[in-house]
Ligand binder design. Structure first.
Ligand code: BGC
Length: 882
């Protein structure tokens, strides 16, 4: 039986509020092997019965089941569209599979609403919450209604007393002055005949709250001084007429019970200030005043269809205990970005206060020094006697523990739940091994991702930073793309990467860039606020990684100018093909740094030039894929010159690298910069430098992600496993042994003697070193993309056994369906189970196979360095002897 499992739009199951025609894809399921789609039909209609079609592909003879871009489709605003697809393959035809999507406001000239604020100009210096509300009448029977909403600041939108949608921290964080997202919701069921009310609570958020890098000089009001709401609702009646309800100067504003809310410091809520019925019609309570209209550039608005922040996992506390210093502390057992929900009984005026933090000190006491200025505090004051449920809305906290500063009565476990908060992405990658420590590492990597994908890719979720550091985002991208469906998340953020590029193409250190032009951040301003190797290369590496993961050429097209401008920037500032520029982070936080320094020992001109070459090489590939032949020629030539210069500069006449660091050797190998004749010498050099550290890494952000690759790609799988599985200091598993539940910023965040790295920069929830995740997937589990047929249209399944592991089991839910690899080492033989999704093919390689005992219908032959076979779709179980 042939079946379309699900249709996706821009790789997402749901798109509500999109303002472009998405690309369509679907997964096929069949009980046969070797299934390749022969033809498909795709239709888009205005009605679920598909009578009013706006697009019908007809019978398309094609094996494409992804990146389908229907042409000539004109979408109207705030409207639901119905989509169906069917496919033919292996002599069968599937049934129609159906889905739908909703558009936002397609053209910014159609906005009739205005931004309305309940704040006075004088409120620029505070971070209080405000209410805004308006009323409207529904006089006829409603067929459907949609509302599009955004804010300067953060908003929670309500209709008739009910919060609309399940998103949090909307409208998210973008480079607001250049790019502001709006969200769209279907609200038919929220309306009633007669009088209705709409309203919102607004808070400072990233827009006007205190944010920055330099702790001493954080600045507020990065984008504006007052919060405001913009909304526009269309109500369509069954009689065919329609009405629009917008935010305008008839709306009223008041102070909200959120007395204070900011990203770093938390939320203070005084329930006595609640206005009963504030989002319902005929509200008579409270003191309301006319709102102020704020001017804003509407051309920067874009509809966001998916990839919004939500409350995700629910984490119950493990324990409430008293520290040696006498503090009462809740342990949630997991470091995370979350909001605590409190359910408690109290009397008017009673206060609940919880201060969140990540780790206990060596004596088991509350440790908050590494939060620097961030308060991460939740405070609720009872407005009346009774039982309440409260969770803050306009902040997030990075923590595992919370100190109970104030609570009415005796706190019990059932009073608290933590709701992890991050961008709502589907889990796509799963990995499990026979080694529990490795499994914990995989868990920690996943939670590092969850914690730091809070609308933008942040460095950390706890201290007063939480910025979109580009380097962290660059090195972790491949791992993230395995674990979760990152498409919408990165696509949105890459737009800001481009928006915040300098005129010359320089890429900001943090995106959204709140450093450049921020007088407070003097150190970065003086040293340079953009264009560091490995950081700025996010402009190239991330679109490229998305192309590999999803097979999506569209993202290369969208980001092409940004990519090219970044290469041009490096070319412009290089001297005879050696690139270096102002402030470089180099091999950041490597252990071969001088005592107490963050900057690793590998020289900047080496890391810079290595990345210059690497990014230029990837850019050439992107240009080839998009058929930009002039660029292919020009930048291939540039690439050759950089590589030549790298080899002549960073190798001596004996073929030794001039920089005797692990990272220098790693990038020379992984970026393929080592001269062919010195490649083996470079490999030996790396082994020697590893040996010198007694088998330990001393690498930072630049070298760490590729260390195991540099070994395994050059005949040293065994050493790669040894490195991976080291569990004494410094190593990935050292953290695991020390009880980590996420990945640390520093190898020596917590030292073997119980002391910590300096509190000024010591996060226990940084995903950067979690970038080892990609090696686990691509090499240990052996799920690899074929660049020529990306998105796993053709996969290379080449697991490398080792590390005394009995088994490794991995699954990636690709655009085409689940690709799986599961190997088991048994005394007599090795067994490999593979799943290849319908409409894809794979090359299966048997690591070190001497004899294939059961090939499950495949024809294995000796390949370059393993026995290999070509496989069509289906499930296989192969037995072989190594
Ligand atoms: C961040 C890093 C970031 C770095 C740049 C730190 O404060 O936490 O992860 O990449 O600064 O040097």
């Amino acid at each position: 039986m042939l079946k379309i499992n699900e249709i996706r739009m821009d790789y997402e199951k749901e798109q509500i509020g999109i303002t472009h025609v998405p690309e369509f894809s679907w997964t096929l399921e069949s009980d046969k092997r070797n299934v390749i789609q022969e033809a498909y039909e795709l239709e888009i209609a205005e009605d679920p019965s598909f009578e009013n079609k706006i697009y019908a592909s007809g019978n398309c003879k094609s094996d494409a089941s992804a990146q389908i871009q229907p042409e000539g489709v004109n979408l109207a605003s705030q409207k639901k569209y119905f989509v169906r697809a069917k496919a033919k393959a292996a002599g069968e035809e599937s049934d129609w599979a159906e889905t739908s999507f909703v558009t936002g406001i397609m053209d910014n000239s159609q906005w009739k609403g205005v931004f309305v604020s309940a704040e006075e100009e004088a409120d620029k210096d505070n971070s209080k919450g405000t209410y805004v509300r308006g009323e409207f009448t529904v006089s006829k029977q409603v067929k459907e209604a949609f509302v599009s909403v955004t804010a300067l600041g953060l908003y929670n939108f309500y209709i008739n007393g009910k919060k609309v949608g399940h998103d949090e921290l909307t409208p998210g964080w973008t480079s607001y002055r250049k790019h502001l997202c709006f969200q769209t919701y279907e609200v038919t069921d929220y309306l009633k005949e007669g009088k209705n009310a709409a309203g919102a609570i607004l808070a400072a958020g990233w827009y006007k709250g205190k944010m920055g890098f330099d702790g001493l000089a954080k600045r507020r009001n990065h984008y504006g001084e007052n919060t405001a709401l913009l909304s526009q609702m269309v109500i369509r009646y069954t009689d065919g007429t329609e009405e629009t309800v917008v935010t305008d100067e008839s709306w009223r504003g008041a102070d909200a019970p959120v007395v204070f809310a900011e990203i770093y410091d938390g939320e203070i809520y005084d329930a006595a200030k609640e206005i009963k019925g504030w989002a319902e019609p005929d509200c008579t309570e409270g003191t309301w005043k006319q709102v102020r209209k704020l001017e804003y550039d509407f051309s920067v608005l874009t509809g966001q269809g998916s990839g919004k922040v939500s409350l995700m996992d629910e984490v119950k506390p493990k324990e409430i205990f008293t520290t040696p210093e006498g503090d009462t502390v809740i342990d949630f057992g997991q470091n995370m970005s979350a909001l605590i929900q409190v359910h408690a009984a109290g009397k008017k005026g009673d206060v609940i206060r919880l201060d969140c933090f990540e780790v206990l000190d060596s004596k088991g006491n509350v440790y908050v020094d590494n939060l620097r200025g961030a308060k991460e505090s939740l405070q609720y004051t009872f407005g009346e006697d009774g039982t309440i449920t409260y969770r803050p809305s306009f902040t997030f906290m990075g923590f595992r523990y919370a100190k109970i500063v104030s609570f009415p009565g005796e706190p019990k476990l059932e009073n608290f739940t933590a709701n992890a908060i991050h961008t709502n992405m589907e889990r796509t990658g799963f990995i499990e091994t026979s080694n529990p420590d490795l499994n914990q590492l995989a868990h920690n990597i996943l939670w590092g991702l969850k914690s730091n994908f809070v609308d933008v890719p942040t460095d950390c979720p706890q201290r007063d930073e939480r910025l979109g550091w580009t380097g962290d985002a660059e090195i972790f991208c491949r791992t993230a793309c395995f674990l979760e469906n990152t498409y919408s998340f990165y696509r949105k953020w890459l737009r800001d990467v481009e928006a915040d590029q300098t005129e010359e193409g320089g890429v900001a250190h943090v995106v959204p860039d709140i450093i450049s032009g921020n007088e407070g951040d003097n150190w970065l301003l003086e040293q340079g606020s953009h264009s560091a190797a490995a950081w700025a290369d996010v402009a190239i590496v991330n679109p490229w990684t998305m192309y590999l993961t999803f097979g999506d050429k569209e993202i290369l097209k969208i980001q092409y100018n940004s990519m090219k401008n970044w290469i041009n920037f490096m070319r412009e500032y290089s001297v005879d093909y050696i690139w270096n520029y102002k402030l470089q982070f180099g091999d950041w936080v490597a252990l071969d740094a001088e005592e107490g320094s963050y900057f690793g020992a590998t020289p900047n001109d080496l890391t810079c030039t290595a990345y210059f070459a690497y990014s230029t090489g990837l850019f050439v590939k992107a240009a080839e894929i998009l058929g930009r032949t002039d660029d292919v020629k020009e930048y291939s030539d540039l690439y050759d010159k950089i590589v030549d210069k790298f080899q002549r500069t960073f190798y001596d006449e004996n073929g030794e690298m001039t920089a005797q660091t692990q990272t220098a050797h790693i990038v020379a190998l992984y970026f393929r910069l080592a001269p062919e004749k010195y490649k083996e010498k470079t490999v030996q050099g790396l082994l020697r430098l590893l040996e010198k550290e007694n088998g330990h890494l001393v690498t930072g952000f630049v070298g760490t992600p590729y260390f195991c690759h540099a070994l395994s790609q050059n005949g040293h799988v065994k050493e790669a496993y040894e490195l991976l599985l080291k569990d004494d200091f410094p190593s990935w598993l050292y953290q695991v042994k020390m009880g980590a539940t996420t990945v640390w910023e520093h190898w020596d965040g917590l030292k073997p003697d119980g002391t910590m790295w300096s509190a000024d920069m010591n996060s226990f929830n940084h995903y950067a070193y979690g970038s080892i995740g990609e090696w686990l997937v691509r090499v240990m589990a052996g799920l690899e993309v074929d660049e020529k047929k990306p998105g796993y249209k053709h996969a290379v399944i080449y697991p490398r056994m080792g590390g005394d592991l009995d088994y490794v089991k991995a699954e990636y839910r690709s655009v085409y369906g689940p690709v799986k690899s599961f190997w088991e080492v048994k005394p007599e033989e090795t067994v490999l189970h593979v799943s290849v999704p319908a409409n894809t093919t794979a090359t299966i390689c048997l690591d070190g196979a001497k004899e294939v005992k059961a090939a499950d219908g495949l024809a294995f032959a000796a390949g370059k360095d393993c026995m290999q076979a070509e496989a069509g779709s289906g499930d296989y179980e192969i037995h072989f002897v190594r």
